[in-house]
Design a binder for this molecule. Structure first.
Ligand code: AMP
Ligand code: MG
Length: 339
């Protein structure tokens, strides 16, 4: 997905660079960078200065160091090991987002699923299918509403552990977009793996074109293309991390009701939102909820847009995407939700 989005954007950048599209300001140049952070490759195109790009990479490395569950000295690792830890503004904000999105989605997003995610081996790559008793025992400690914030301290009940992995990249993108806007940048695209954060439009005033990967295809196959400006586009899909055992595929998005990979009939969920954190949280949660509940959720909230792909080969889009989403994969049937 990231590579495709990159290709599409690189091509449109070439067109601009070749002079086929007008640029309002000849002084705006693209600064490009890529890093490995939050366990994934990220790449950035910022129409600004090298300092603007450095501000982005610093912010992401800093967040990665704070939120890592595997670096023992990180505040989140300390919180998990000791049951409480001093938290800075980022950690407090993330905890609040996690509670809000958990509440809004009826617990479909639950950042305290971490012990379950570990039991399936998704943190180490040593994948196993845990037995029912193990899952049941671990599920007893899963409850995001038990996270307690008192002043600058976060506390967890004994045995409860958190991982903000379902939100962290969206949060990082949102933070960096805010930072860039404050620095006067009006055009940038930040690709944090499957999380795309845009700032403004392309320098020529046209929308960014973001490719969504076909969940049933290879990494180069597109489900469709979205045109966006100034928003986050975040995709969660079972194809992003999985393992196969005895012919069964197990992916990394867990249903908090069962402690096992969500089997909702959805193969990917893309959320378009002003808030990268909400886009990231909702893409995970709506994947767990399945098509019917996800579309019902949209009906009552309507402050985001969504693209849902189903195992059946149906693709559902919310009405706001009617003119900005183009289906590429001919094997799918496109449905637009009624207003
Ligand atoms: P994402 O890629 O944003 O959909 O987030 C998936 C990651 O978040 C997984 O790799 C797990 O570490 C964690 N996770 C899995 N299922 C959930 C869930 N239902 N709620 C919160 N975090 C989850
Ligand atoms: Mg997510």
């Amino acid at each position: 997905m990231k590579r495709l989005a990159l290709l599409v954007l690189f091509f449109s950048f070439l067109l601009t660079a070749c002079g086929t599209a007008p640029s309002p300001s000849p002084t705006v140049t693209a600064v490009e960078g890529s890093i490995f952070a939050m366990d994934t490759e990220m790449s950035f195109t910022v129409y600004g200065t090298q300092e603007d790009l450095t501000a982005v990479t610093r912010t992401i490395f800093d967040l990665d160091a704070k939120l890592s569950v595997t670096r023992s000295e990180s505040p989140v690792a300390r919180l998990n090991a000791q049951g409480s830890a001093e938290a800075d503004d980022d950690l407090i904000s993330l905890t609040q987002y996690a509670r809000e999105i958990g509440d809004a989605t009826g617990g479909a997003l639950d950042v305290t699923l971490y012990p379950i995610v570990k039991a399936w081996g998704f943190t180490t790559g040593e994948h196993t299918v845990p037995d029912g008793n193990t899952i049941a025992a671990l599920l007893e400690k899963v409850d995001y509403s038990a996270m307690e914030v008192t002043g600058t301290t976060i506390a967890l009940p004994a045995g409860t552990e958190v991982d903000f992995g379902a939100l962290a990249k969206g949060y990082a993108g949102e933070r960096c977009a805010k930072l860039l806007r404050e620095r006067g940048v009006t055009s940038a695209i930040l690709r944090l793996s499957g999380n795309i954060q845009t700032v403004g439009t392309k320098p020529d005033g046209s929308a960014w074109r973001v490719g969504i990967q076909d969940p049933a295809g290879g990494s180069e196959d597109l489900l469709g293309i979205l045109e966006v400006a100034d928003r986050a586009v975040v995709t969660s899909g079972g194809y992003q991390r999985y393992f196969v055992e005895d012919g069964v595929t197990y992916h990394h998005i867990m249903d908090p009701a069962t402690g096992s990979p969500a089997r909702s009939g959805l193969t990917s969920v893309t959320i378009i939102s002003d808030s990268g954190t909400w886009a990231d949280g909702l893409s995970t949660a709506l994947f767990v909820m399945g098509r019917e509940k996800a579309l019902a959720y949209w009906q009552t909230h309507r402050d985001f847009e969504a693209v849902l792909a189903e195992e059946t080969g149906d693709v559902w889009i919310t009405p706001g995407l009617k003119d900005t989403f183009t289906l590429s994969a001919k094997s799918y049937v496109l449905h637009t939700l009624e207003e």
